[in-house]
Design a binder for this molecule. Structure first.
Ligand code: SAH
Length: 219
């Protein structure tokens, strides 16, 4: 690929970030991470030309990599109003590992769970060249959370059920924030934010979203 014109050029990511900023996404750290991580390395070679469009793309086994604007939005929600950097983060649904690579730049430790073995292994292979020592990829049922890494400053899910599993609330640190798609009304997912405060968990329901279903067990 000619240098400066191909997907390896940071210009394509800068352009994507400029479009996200024009849509109103403004969290500097999240945008910096999106400008740095090469999304085209995480998608199938037949789809690389779409890697910097604001679209979700298939990653196999009926799953998708979320579209950049939604990823940016969720990261923004996790970082918003924090006085300290993120410590430990739990990610549900590693998928292709793209968001894990973003989180690696935003948090001290990232614990990422995936229930599909083939995707877990694929993500491990994709992330290997970057040697992200703070990313821990785990084959496991995210509905149970991951108690070994708890409590978490942030929990982020890329798959949505009808409610937020109790394990996630139990593993959220005081002052921590959870962001997940939840179908509070069957068939209609919305982004839900839960803050764990001294007074208990406070839930905020945001915009409509479309994520793959949260499923239990391994496969
Ligand atoms: N952030 C991912 C998005 C992947 S799609 C990326 O950047 O590619 C969501 C993923 O959640 C799918 O891979 C799906 O298999 C996974 N998933 C669904 N339910 C799960 C569960 N209970 N535990 C772990 N992963 C789950």
């Amino acid at each position: 690929m000619p240098s400066g014109l191909g997907l390896d050029s940071s210009a394509v990511r800068q352009a994507m970030v400029a479009r996200l900023a024009a849509q109103g996404l403004s969290e500097p750290a999240a945008l910096q991470a999106l400008a740095a991580v090469e999304r085209h390395r995480f998608v199938d070679s037949a789809l690389v030309n779409q890697a910097y469009e604001d679209t979700s793309l298939p990653i196999g086994l009926g799953q998708t990599i979320s579209k950049p604007s939604v990823v940016a939005r969720m990261l923004e929600l996790l970082l918003q109003g924090r006085s300290r950097p993120l410590g430990r983060v739990l990610e549900i649904g590693t998928g292709c590992g793209y968001q894990s690579a973003l989180l690696a730049r935003l948090a001290r430790e990232v614990y990422s769970l995936e229930r599909l073995r083939a995707l877990h292994e694929q993500a491990r292979d994709k992330l290997r060249p970057w040697r992200l020592h703070n990313v821990h990829l785990i084959l496991g049922d995210g509905m149970l959370g991951y108690p070994k890494g708890a409590p978490y400053d942030a929990i982020i899910s890329a798959a949505g059920g009808e409610s937020v599993p109790q394990a996630w609330l139990d593993q959220l640190a005081l002052g921590g924030r959870l962001v997940a798609p939840v179908a509070l009304v069957p068939g209609r997912q919305t982004l839900v934010v839960i803050d764990r405060t001294e007074q208990g968990c406070v839930q905020t329901v945001l915009e409509a979203v479309h994520f793959v279903p949260l499923k239990s067990g391994l496969a």
